[in-house]
Design a binder for this molecule. Sequence first.
Ligand SMILES: [Zn+2]
Length: 216
Amino acid sequence: MKWVRSLPFVQSASLHGGELVVSYPFDFSRHPQEERIFSPTPDEQIFKQLARTYADSHATMSNNDTERCGASFYRTRGIINGALWYSFAGGMSDFNYLHTNCFEITVELGCDKFPSEVELYPEWKRNKESLLSFLESVHRGVKGVVRDKDGNGIKGATVSVRGIRKDVTTGKVKLRIGQHLFKAKVGALSREGPGWYLDGRPFSNTRKPGVNVVSE
Ligand SMILES: [Zn+2]
């Protein structure tokens, strides 16, 4: 928790076993009576896209066969909102989303929770493209550095995107705000304090009260 809070992580994946599906936040449904209820984050589109990226590059995850572990995820081709599957409190992807910049998905690698040693190499092969594609997807969107008027990076600045009720905060190193902006297409970055501006190729014409952003 300290680690992910101290560094501006963009994405992460946690590898599990026992099912064949990628689940994404929220894992916890706020509905007091419902255990299985679709609980999207403000970044639903991006989470869905990240989950799709993983499942579609996997050898079998997005196949539409019905011979799967217990639950059937063939209808959604191997992805699901966590709380719609089953709601639970205190999950790491919810924590990461709510308290840091990090977008975490949970990858259920297969029906066998404890595969034998001989299964490890085939398992790696089934997931290699997915893992690489997931890593590559970190380069989507817009990146930038929040600087003061002397050009020094500012730590702890809040960056908001119009239309998405979830801010990100700059870290010590380069801030990646790509995930939010990729879907926002055109948004506005707020300024926190006088004289701050965003420096990065995709950012253009500064207009009050914010900086206009045009993404790919
Ligand atoms: Zn799991």
